[in-house]
Design a protein around this ligand. Structure first.
Ligand SMILES: [Zn+2]
Length: 56
């Protein structure tokens, strides 16, 4: 999943380089993390809170 926003909507950029991924949700590029639903939820909540702070 994306370490930035917790999204699992991530794609490999370069097939030869397994550590480079792009997140379709927040445009993050780089290595992704493996985690369970609990961790994904925590990251998503943090991300959403950060987005709110930016807009306010
Ligand atoms: Zn993301």
């Amino acid at each position: 999943m994306c370490p930035r926003c917790g999204s699992t909507d991530v794609d490999w950029i370069i097939p030869q380089n397994w550590s480079m991924w792009v997140c379709k949700n927040c445009d993050y590029t780089g290595p992704i993390i493996i985690g369970d639903k609990e961790l994904s939820k925590e990251i998503k909540e943090d991300w959403e809170n950060n987005q709110k702070e930016k807009t306010n």
